[in-house]
Design a protein around this ligand. Sequence first.
Ligand code: CTP
Length: 276
Amino acid sequence: MKTIKGKGIHQELGSNITNLLFVTQENSPIGSTLPFVYEKGLWKVSSTFYKSLPKKATFDRLTRCSVVGNSGSLLHSNCGKHIDEADFVYRCNAAPLKPFAADAGTKSNLTSFNPSIFEKRYKGIAKQSSLKKFVSDMQQYHGYLWGACFSGRSTLDLCMKAISGYNIKENVFVLAHPYHYKSFHDYWIRRGKKKLPSTGFYYTSDALSRCNETHLYGFWPFPKAFDDISSYNVSYHYFEKLENAWKEPHGMNIEFSILVQLHLLGVVKITMENVN
Ligand code: CTP
């Protein structure tokens, strides 16, 4: 597998891009401002907010990374062991770990958390009991739980509420840095990809900036299996049944065709199943 050592992305986005993955004291001093991603307005870093932030996000260069997408194609793939063999595992949207260990592994270093999950699974954490359930569920993840909280002011408020009740040793809840997201979004816009990147596509781009090898699993944004002899239906997510999920906003089929091209160029490695 070709190792690209992130040179292209670093050269274009600046070598500091890897340390901008989430909001820290180092990259967001008191009095600085952070933009919201989907609405106008700026968030001013107060001293209280600053104190709640981790000191810095300095990552060593990584040898091998797994990015785990959430496609139902992961079921029966037997990829879990292979996924966990990486030095660093990216996961998307707090997918449950233990029940799917054989196919999806259990190692987690960076797990995204879209705040819409607060509504979908935790009733908007309006009650203390749902906040407790959220905190308890999150104990299964290690490393960083990465909240995409800067989409707008009300989302950030919700995240801040969750963080205030968040005191567990297994992971740190961090806030996705809006400039990091924007940098990668613009990187792909310059290459003709207009729609907002999906989390898996965005994490793949991030992995390319910090990992020598980027391995992808659970990427298959289509409702039928790739083996067209069978009429096997593929669920949108491997861990839940969702209505109308295929109307997704990111254009994942276009993203997938980009990922396949990167695979053919030897830049990433897409694995559909472990046949060993
Ligand atoms: N994915 C895929 N095929 C699917 C479902 C997901 O290839 N059938 C990939 C996409 O890259 C996606 C990632 O797996 O970003 C994680 O899935 P999901 O949680 O559905 O991500 P998003 O749609 O990006 O979620 P959101 O916009 O809510 O963050």
